[in-house]
Design a protein around this ligand. Structure first.
Ligand code: 5AD
Ligand code: SF4
Length: 494
């Protein structure tokens, strides 16, 4: 676009709930709207457009959205009263699952769009703008609101703009979306749709662009990221750049190896994985690629085979334990994280005891745990044997106590070690900088801001509940040298 065609800037405020994939989607929505002149701003007041990017995975998600919409209704009215216009859009999984209800309860919403249609935002915004607010400066969009929640035949990734705002030192990159696993409790297969993988060439091109913009760590994202199976590209340095002919289908291990060859990439991570999709090549990548960080989020959900069957997880507790053994054989310092659900329909005290036993057998560096929450339309929501809320509370409390203790032990085990830390920003206190250990723990040190962007050895001196503190072994990053080249201990914290 030439300078003379430049459009007047408009203020865009995006509120994001949920997982990293929503964070990625929010950024990409901003990218899609940038050519229309939309510039992200930090507050909704006086915004020309507000997008709520929503999450539907557990309960009360929709209620949070409606409560936020109540607040925005007033801001939208204030903007209309001063002669302006605020376009209000609800995106993401709540929009996908409850689009009609949103418009019924909040008729002042202009646009409802699902996660697969946001490449069409410019057209939706144009339609909303043409329609205008209803007569009299009211704040309603009402019956004319735009709703785009079908799964379109085209892939949004083929239509997203090349240009994107820089993401910083650690960048998310969605490579896979949707899920075909249909776990009994989960809405994802319904809200995000069938599993789809982006082709390797497109992923590698985006990774190169991110690195060009300053990213040093790339986090590959997918609802079921290790099910990624993309059209491959010809091998050899840079061969993928020219959209070289398809070289068959690659798995995630192969993609990670290609990512590791991109100059400037210092760290790689991927999340979230299903135990059933950890193939041999991916496990081997943990041994072969030092830049693949020794931290894996591998949800098991339960330690009871009865519950795992009811959940339709397609793996047993012993399958999971065997897999952990193989992963640790490939990468002895691998730290593990998981998701757990307590109180799935039919879960007994004995089943819950099996979960605690699995937790003790694995030893997690961190984990997320949730009370089962019935999601409308999923098989478990109508299953017999719903567990009373008070019992779910009790089990969650007990599980979290064990997980907290494991996390504290893991963090305490890091004290005295020297770990490479990729510094990403200023800390909360003056003179402090913060980064991440290989095991994803935030690490605070007093040090020069010139270290931000470098991976630097840090002597770990103290462990807190969720973070570490230490001292850097280099004052500033020496010009032309990589601090990461300093020998660094490689061993697990606990
Ligand atoms: N109830 C509770 N937790 C759930 N999760 C997914 N669906 C539900 C539900 N209905 C949890 C799972 C999943 C994580 C992202 O959220 O543990 O791995
Ligand atoms: Fe949901 Fe994950 Fe199961 Fe897919 S594998 S249905 S995303 S819990």
């Amino acid at each position: 676009m030439s300078g003379s065609e430049r459009v007047a800037p408009k203020r865009l405020h995006v509120i994001t709930w949920g997982c990293q994939m929503n964070v990625y989607d929010s950024r990409r929505m901003a990218d899609v709207l940038a050519p229309l002149g939309y510039v992200p701003v930090a507050a909704a007041d006086n915004a020309d457009m507000v997008i709520l990017n929503t999450c539907h995975i557990r309960d009360r998600a929709a209620e949070k959205v409606f409560s936020e919409l109540g607040r925005l209704r007033l801001l939208k009215a204030a903007r209309a009263a001063s002669g302006g216009r605020m376009i209000l859009a609800v995106a993401g999984c709540v929009a996908q699952a409850e689009g009609a209800e949103i418009l019924a309860r909040a008729p002042f919403v202009d646009i409802v769009l699902g996660p697969q249609t946001y490449h069409r935002l410019p057209e939706m915004v144009a339609r909303a703008a043409a329609k205008g607010d209803v007569a009299g400066g009211d704040i309603g969009a009402g019956p004319g609101a735009i709703i785009e929640t079908d799964f379109p035949p085209e892939q949004k990734f083929d239509f997203l703009p090349e240009a994107s705002a820089p993401q910083g030192l650690s960048a998310f990159l969605t490579i896979q979306e949707g899920c075909d696993k249909f776990c009994s409790f989960c809405v994802v297969p319904y809200t995000r749709g069938a599993e789809m993988s982006r082709p390797a060439a497109s992923v590698l091109a985006e990774a190169r662009k991110l690195v060009g913009q300053g990213a040093r760590e790339i986090v590959l994202l997918g609802q079921n990221v290790n099910a990624w199976h993309g059209a491959g590209v010809s091998t050899g340095a840079g061969a993928w750049q020219g959209a070289a002919p398809d070289r068959g289908s690659w798995g995630l291990g192969r993609l990670l190896r290609a990512m590791a060859e991109i100059p400037g990439v210092v760290r790689l991570r991927y999340t979230t994985s299903h135990p059933g999709d950890m193939d041999d090549d991916l496990i081997a990548a943990h041994s072969d690629l030092p830049m693949l960080m020794p931290f894996l989020h591998l949800p098991v959900q339960s330690g009871s085979d009865r519950v795992l069957t009811a959940m339709h997880r397609r793996h047993s507790a012993s399958d999971y334990l065997r897999l952990v053994e193989r992963l640790r054989a490939a990468r002895p310092d691998l730290a593990l994280s998981s998701d757990f659900i307590v109180g799935h329909p039919g879960e007994t005290d004995a089943d819950f005891a099996d979960t605690l036993a699995l937790v003790r057998a694995v030893g997690f560096a961190q984990a997320f745990s949730f009370k089962y929450s019935p999601r409308p339309g999923t098989p478990a929501a109508g299953a017999p044997g719903q567990v009373p809320e008070a019992e779910k509370d009790r089990r969650l409390h007990e599980l979290q106590a064990v997980l907290r203790e494991q996390q504290a032990r893991f963090n305490a085990g890091c004290v005295g070690l020297t770990l490479p830390v990729l510094f990403t920003g200023a800390g909360r206190h003056p003179g402090q900088i913060v980064g991440r250990s290989p095991f994803l723990q935030p690490v605070h040190v007093t040090g020069s801001a010139s270290l931000i962007g470098s991976e630097v050895p840090v002597h770990i001196a103290a462990a807190h509940t969720n973070s570490l503190a230490g001292t850097t072994l280099v004052g500033t990053a020496p010009a032309g040298t990589s601090p990461a080249a300093t020998p660094i201990e490689e061993r697990a914290c606990a």
